[in-house]
Design a protein around this ligand. Structure first.
Ligand code: ADP
Ligand code: 5GP
Length: 202
């Protein structure tokens, strides 16, 4: 059976990564990997849906028990990708998307070079500010911290395979879906197996 593919989505906070991932899960047969975090849940966020919310102590245990595929410290909180469910889904032929920061993405790239790395950009800094502010989930200091980091973040774009500007949401989602479809159309070992079966029928 063909293995699933790992899609890694990164980009500045507020660019719309979470929103795009939610649409992709609704519209395609892809699994969103729910991360662990030590940050507080935002209003409306549910345990096991956006994140698994854990204490710093529990997060430390997860690191020591080698239960994370990668982890990083981000805005003073830890975030990490659970290893077992992601590897199992891929083994079972299911595609998986990770919404993770650049440090996490670079660490995945080292251990999992077959991943497909997609960078989401906002159409402008003013729109980004509007989106973070409009989300209403961060205090002004936290917003300032996130805005300050944007130029440094985008300087890593050359480590990614694709970039998508999230101006109109439906257009951005279609583009990410198109990337996924294109990646499934690569010449691969499965295609050679298919071609082998042609010989039996000649
Ligand atoms: P991220 O996960 O990158 O931090 P979110 O998905 O939380 O960003 O999006 C930040 C805010 O911007 C949310 O309030 C979301 O509804 C809004 N948003 C996302 N994409 C768009 C878009 N294309 N146009 C307008 N608003 C958007
Ligand atoms: P937020 O607090 O806005 O949900 O996320 C902050 C940042 O952490 C975002 O850039 C998001 O992509 C990143 N993030 C979420 N989960 C993970 C994870 O498991 N690992 C890493 N490295 N970053 C993550």
């Amino acid at each position: 059976m063909r293995k699933g593919q790992l899609f890694i989505i990164s980009g500045p906070s507020g660019a719309g990564k979470g929103t795009i991932c939610r649409e992709l899960v609704k519209e395609s047969n892809v699994m969103f990997s729910v991360s662990y975090t030590t940050r507080e849940p935002r209003p409306g966020e549910k345990e096991g849906v956006e994140y698994f919310f854990v204490t710093k102590g529990r997060f430390q245990e997860l690191i020591e028990e080698e239960k994370l595929l990668e982890y990083a410290l981000n805005f003073e909180n830890f975030y990490g990708t659970p290893k077992a469910p992601v590897l199992l889904a891929i083994e079972e032929g299911k595609d998986v998307i990770l919404d993770i920061d650049i440090k996490g993405a670079l660490s995945i790239k080292k251990n999992y070079p077959d991943g497909i790395f997609i960078f989401i950009l906002p159409p402008s800094m003013s729109e980004l500010r509007k989106r973070i502010t409009g989300r209403g989930t961060e205090l002004p200091e936290a917003i300032a911290l996130r805005m300050k980091g944007v130029l440094k973040e985008v300087s890593y774009i050359d480590k990614y395979d694709y970039c998508v500007v999230n101006d109109q949401l439906h257009e951005a989602v279609s583009r990410v879906k198109a990337i996924m479809m294109a990646e499934h159309s690569r010449v691969s070992a499965d295609i050679y197996k298919l071609i082998e079966t042609y010989k039996e029928e000649i």
